[in-house]
Write a protein that binds this ligand. Structure first.
Ligand SMILES: Cc1cc2nc3c(=O)[nH]c(=O)nc-3n(C[C@H](O)[C@H](O)[C@H](O)COP(=O)(O)OP(=O)(O)OC[C@H]3O[C@@H](n4cnc5c(N)ncnc54)[C@H](O)[C@@H]3O)c2cc1C
Length: 486
């Protein structure tokens, strides 16, 4: 009997665990280690942060789902990986610390034959002074708990505007190299939609503050999209939406510090600026979650397993190269660690070979540009592909990997939706193929314009609402869940 341990029950890890269980049945063991008792559908946190959904609508308890499927669940945090075992243990294992109320703080070791690290990002609020709801002054929608708190604060802002007080609302990136612009962009559109809905336009100054060189970069170097046969850049697409919603934008901005009412940022031209705000929601930078790794003798081998940003090294080409030499083939396709062949990293947990957007430094040497996004769709696809390859290795003793999912060979859809309900919504929907540009294959635009399309309108909003229910149905492993694509 083989044991596959999955670290993290987010989009990627949960997909991997469900797929592994479906493929392996009861002859093999699937174990999930994750610190939160609940699954959260993170994309809908935006709606929690705008008061259109309660957090219970975007979460559900994981234990009953895993119990029904026969997946062993430890509500715990992985702390260290021992891929060679130890003097006491022949088998590789993971050190875990329990986080649930019943075993809080207790430690254990979980042995594995295969390990999937799908621990996602550490939200690194501490990298920017004053950022974040716990350590600083700034709101977040990155978790459902943050989003709930953010909605409470936003309601106070609406009350002030209703009382005739003007409010400055700043949304965007809270670090010079933050990613996840799409989420922040969706949130600012939702606030703008709500401001308009409440007829408070005269009292709200809305600002989109971003580390992107141009709006619409989204950490993927921007894109050219096909809009009804016309080729439009995502900059034009994004700026026109911002303009339509009365949102002013500040680009090329690396946020350095935030205090109770001011955001301090540097721009690529080397300038230092101060921006007054009454309400802010800024995305932090991401890193790996801080797992360590040790060899059989107990020596720390974390540097060999993880990249300096804490994400796990996989089958990517990590050779340092100038931007001009970046290649689609640098991107990993099976997410296997080069040092240990039974170790994989899925979703945000894998280390990208390099950014997608062109690196930019200010005159003062501050790097200001977005790091690569790994949105829900690729994270789910990668989790599934990793699980299928591991299942093949266990069931057929196949040592080659039949399933591949390079971000330079895969498309992604992104729907940025504002409003709620069937008639009161609007969305900007974008599909890119591939996510990472391939200039050799598509020398003109970097991507295939037959599948790289953008649209604005109510239809995209309906899709987003449908996706919310569809993905939660799938995550709950309801009948025929596997027919729903990632
Ligand atoms: C506000 C917001 C809105 C978004 N909207 C969209 C959208 O509309 N469309 C889209 O495609 N993408 C969206 N994204 C991105 C999407 O949420 C991510 O791509 C996706 O969640 C990544 O999946 P993941 O499994 O890699 O990481 P996560 O979903 O973050 O999962 C990581 C898991 O690992 C667990 N974990 C953490 N540390 C440990 C540890 N030490 N040991 C064990 N487990 C651990 C976590 O608790 C979690 O369960 C959004 C992101 C945010 C923040």
């Amino acid at each position: 009997m083989a044991t596959v341990v999955v670290l993290g029950a987010g989009v990627s890890g949960h997909t991997a665990a469900l797929t592994l269980k479906r493929k392996l049945g009861n002859k093999h063991k699937v174990v999930v280690v994750s610190p939160n008792s609940k699954y959260q559908w993170i994309p809908s946190n935006i709606w929690v942060g705008i008061g259109r959904m309660k957090s219970k609508q975007v979460t559900f308890p994981l234990a009953p789902v895993y119990q029904r499927l026969g997946v062993e669940f430890h509500q715990a945090k992985a702390v260290a990986i021992h891929p060679e075992g130890s003097a006491q243990s022949e088998k590789p294992f993971v050190e875990i610390t329990y986080t649930g109320q019943d075993k809080q703080g207790q430690q254990a070791q979980v042995e594995y034959d295969y390990l999937v690290n799908a621990t996602g990002p550490k939200l690194k609020f501490e990298a920017t002074e004053g950022l974040g709801p716990e350590l600083g002054y700034c709101n977040s929608v990155c978790t459902y708990q943050h989003a709930e708190h953010t909605w409470d604060n936003l309601q106070e802002v609406f009350k002030k505007m209703e009382a005739g007080e003007k409010q400055v609302i700043v949304v965007g990136t809270g670090h010079a190299m933050a990613t996840c612009q799409g989420a922040a962009f969706e949130y600012v559109l939702n606030i703008a939609f709500e401001v308009r809905n409440r007829k408070l336009e005269d009292y709200a100054e809305l600002i989109w503050l971003t580390n992107e060189y141009e709006a619409g970069d989204f950490g993927m170097g921007g894109a050219f999209v096909n809009r009804n046969g016309y080729i439009t850049s995502t900059t034009v697409f994004t700026e026109s939406i911002l303009a339509e919603y009365g949102i002013r934008w500040i680009t090329r901005a690396g946020v350095k510090k935030i205090d109770a009412d001011t955001i301090y940022y540097e721009t690529l031209d080397g300038g230092h600026h101060e921006l007054h705000y009454d309400f802010s929601m800024l995305i932090p930078s991401f890193s790996g979650v801080g797992l360590q790794a040790f060899d059989k003798q107990g020596r720390d081998i974390s540097d060999a397993i993880f990249a300096p940003n804490g994400f796990m090294k996989v089958d990517a080409d990590y050779t340092a190269k100038p931007y001009e030499e970046w290649d689609a083939d640098d991107w990993p396709s099976i997410y296997q660690n080069p040092s240990y062949d039974n170790l994989y990293a899925a979703g945000i947990a894998f280390a990208p070979p390099h950014p997608i957007s062109k690196p930019m430094a200010s005159k003062n040497g501050t790097m200001i540009f977005p790091t690569p996004p790994r949105t829900g769709m690729p994270s789910g696809v990668i989790g599934k592909v990793v699980a299928m390859n591991i299942a093949d290795r266990i069931l057929s003793n196949l040592q080659t990997h039949q399933h591949r999912a390079s971000m330079a060979r895969m498309g992604a859809a992104c729907v940025v939706s504002a409003g709620y309900g069937l008639t009161h919504g609007m969305a900007a929907s974008m599909t890119v193929f591939p996510i990472v540009q391939d200039w050799k294959k598509y020398p003109r635009w970097g991507r295939d314009l037959s599948y790289t399309v953008g649209e604005a309108g109510l239809a995209g909003h309906w899709i987003k609402v449908v996706l919310h229910y569809m993905f939660l149905y799938k995550a709950k492993a309801r009948p025929f869940w596997w027919l729903i694509p990632e």
